[in-house]
Design a protein around this ligand. Structure first.
Ligand code: IVH
Length: 676
């Protein structure tokens, strides 16, 4: 290089520009959840920066976006004293306790005072103090005992939504700022991590909070960086150089600095409105992509906060409203073994009925023998059970102190409770299975699945009719449904002429369901509605699905090894090939329109979220339409969502859409778009 000095000047400028761009796009992606550029463009910018920094290592600074993941922390984490203590919150478990909190605040501020409250979500993660000096992140420390915590800066730096440098465009940078927030692991990431651990034969993590805590305590930041932790900030400790008057204003200020706040906060003028909002959120929380364990109610005015101050432990100006308990103690009265569609013997605990989180629970799944043995659950044991939302209740643990010695250990039956056939546990699998392919229970379950709404959608085949058809040998496999004649259907007890006609029409109609539904209906292991749709629309014909190798299937978006192998295994069985052949010759459609070239399709590149009950179609039908037109369907609303299709009684997803400004469609508007 001829003129090295000039070159260096240019390099310094280019590096500065790249860092600024990367900082901005990291913010768009991780804080706003609203990226402006493609991942590949981002990677290109990062690649160029790495290239320059490798060539000019003297120009590397600690704040460079390339420096988020550092080396192993030798000698463990240092203990650090917080500049101002990190307090915890008092709890309220009912509307009455919230009212009592309000009365205390009112008498503290005087009867005349008009009190405004701000309500936030109570994130279930762990509290962290971030210290910024002149806008640069200098430390990230756990809450610890409130006065002293552990210096986990190296791991905090790996969290992409934590800015290494605060944004100075819209506001002034405080010389010193302590930011308080909650580091958490999103539910999806937690599930991914546990799936990986399961595959590696490692112990599963109990919940996202423990997983987040464990991830932050890794001495190797590379491991933390792999875990996709996130943060929401909700407060400040010591700060200099800025004037703030309300908590809400403070949140918006943090937001302007490039920190990630949770936008679901709300301001209320009365305690009654606060109570309604908090109690209503108990159910909505399951729709969030992260765990919350309650709501936090704060006096919005900062001067009033200061005036109210703290008791020995907690602030007088804030309280946590905790959702109703999700755990309860009861007794395992029996263990019943049922049979699933795939022949798996599933033990279920029959419990002494108990109320948990608003509903009465009398059963809990025990999954498999390993689960029972690991927790040593016996009949007669007193146990702690857990229920979260619509999820099936689980037995968490046995209360060993309550053991009398009379409890009976569980034994997995050696023969199938339905057909008396052999029960086998395959090497390396947790499940015990009935291996008799003609087990009536298996067949019945398979048949129920075949006719179900998301599968072939045959109305009029309730359990009583199905049982009668199976018991009289009229239906020995699903293809027999398509051979049924009127006089045969009429042999079913209490079957009227009109119902028989309707049933035969529904069966006839189902022949046109198409390959996506058929693939799902066949009950191939691991193949759900979504996977079936993806495979069907890619291959277009069952003949091509049959011929596909696991590698071919793995090429498809969202098809993993388990699904691919299971499809291949299914079509490797002669019996299954014959069944498909019989279905086809009965007139069942075994093709699906192939996905047209994406860009030309109405919903290409669009993501929909469905919520509430639709009038004229099921959600599956709406998803079918969207996917056929090139769109994607997702479970949660983010800024990347193109439309929310909302039916009656839409809940939190609709609120979220409105907050984020995502376009909401009703059924009529949706159908209008589709027709046009
Ligand atoms: S405010 C002095 N706001 O809950 C007030 N805390 O028991 C300090 N938390 O240690 C806390 N979300 O880990 C506050 N929106 C929120 C919160 C929140 C979660 C956690 C935090 C704190 C604990 C209080």
């Amino acid at each position: 290089m001829e003129n090295k000095r000039e070159d260096i000047g240019q390099i310094v400028d280019e590096i500065a520009a790249l860092r600024k761009q990367l900082q901005y796009h990291t913010y768009r992606y991780y804080v706003l959840d609203d990226p402006e550029i493609e991942d590949s463009q981002f990677d290109m910018l990062m690649g160029r920066l790495i290239e320059l920094e490798t060539a000019y290592p003297d120009l590397i600074t600690i704040d460079s976006p390339t420096q988020r993941v550092g080396g192993i922390v030798a000698g463990g984490f240092k203990s650090v004293t917080h500049l101002s203590p990190m307090r915890s919150l008092g709890n309220a478990f009912s509307a009455e306790e919230l009212m009592a909190f309000h009365n205390r605040v009112q008498s503290g501020l005087g009867v005349e005072a008009k009190i405004q409250y701000i309500v936030e979500l109570k994130m279930d993660g762990l509290a962290i103090n971030l210290t910024y000096e002149k806008g640069h992140l200098v430390s990230g420390v756990t809450r610890g005992n409130g006065n002293q915590g552990e210096d986990v800066t190296s791991n905090i730096r790996t969290i992409k939504s934590v800015p290494l440098i605060l944004h100075s465009d819209a506001t002034t940078i405080p010389p010193l700022l302590e930011v308080r927030g909650e580091v958490y692991m999103p539910k999806k990431e937690f599930e991914r991590l546990n799936r990986e651990r399961e595959e590696a034969g490692e112990a599963l993590l109990a919940n996202p909070r423990n997983a987040a805590a464990g991830s932050l305590r890794q001495l190797d930041p590379k491991i933390t960086a792999d875990r996709a932790l996130d943060i929401f900030v909700y407060g400040i400790g010591v700060y200099t150089g800025v004037e703030l008057t309300t908590h809400g204003q403070m949140l918006e200020y943090l937001n302007q600095l490039g920190l990630k706040i949770n936008s679901q906060y709300k301001i209320f003028e009365t305690i009654e409105d606060v109570i309604t909002y908090c109690t209503n959120f108990a159910e909505k929380r399951y729709e969030l992509p992260y765990d919350i364990d309650g709501m936090v109610i704060k006096v919005n005015d900062l001067a009033s906060q200061q005036f109210l101050g703290y008791t020995a432990k907690d602030p007088r100006w804030a309280i946590a409203y905790k959702f109703p308990a999700e755990q309860a103690i009861t007794v395992v009265e029996d263990i019943f073994v049922g049979l699933g569609r795939t022949g798996v013997l599933t033990p279920t605990a029959i419990l002494r009925p108990v109320r948990v989180a608003g509903s009465t629970i009398s059963r809990a799944t025990l999954h498999n023998l390993d689960y029972i043995e690991e927790k040593d659950i016996r009949i007669g044991d007193t146990v702690i059970i857990h229920k979260a939302g619509e999820v099936i209740p689980k037995v968490l643990s046995v209360v060993l102190e309550k053991r009398t010695g009379e409890e009976i250990p569980f034994v997995m039956p050696e023969i199938c409770p339905e057909c008396g056939g052999k029960v086998v546990r395959q090497e390396g699998e947790a499940a015990h299975k009935c291996v008799n392919p003609h087990c009536p229970a298996l067949f019945r379950e398979g048949l129920v699945h075949f006719v179900s709404r998301d599968a072939m959608n045959i109305d009029g085949l309730g359990p009583a009719v199905l049982n009668a058809l199976v018991d009289t040998n009229l239906v020995k496999d699903v293809a027999d449904l398509y051979q049924l004649a009127m006089e045969q259907v009429l042999t079913v007890p209490r079957m009227a002429q009109k119902s028989a006609e309707n049933l035969l029409t529904a069966i006839e109609f189902s022949k046109q369901a198409g390959l996506a539904r058929l693939l799902f209906a066949l009950g191939i292991r691991h193949v759900g509605v979504k996977a079936a749709g993806i495979v069907a629309r890619h291959f277009g014909d069952i003949e091509d699905v049959k011929k596909a190798s696991a590698e071919d299937l793995l090429q498809l978006d969202e098809i993993g090894a388990k699904i691919a192998e299971s499809i291949v295994a299914y079509f490797a069985e002669e019996e299954n090939i014959e069944l498909v052949e019989r279905l086809r010759s009965a007139g069942v459609k075994t093709t699906e329109e192939k996905q047209a070239i994406e860009e030309n399709q109405l919903f290409a590149g669009k993501t929909f979220v469905l919520t509430g009950t639709l009038d004229t179609m099921s959600r599956t039908q709406a998803s079918d339409i969207i996917q056929k037109l090139g769109g994607k369907v997702s479970g949660s609303v983010s800024k990347k969502t193109s439309y929310v299709l909302a039916g009656a009684e839409a809940g939190g997803k609709l609120d979220k859409a409105q907050q984020l400004g995502v376009e909401v469609l009703d059924e009529e508007q949706f159908m209008k778009m589709v027709r046009e």
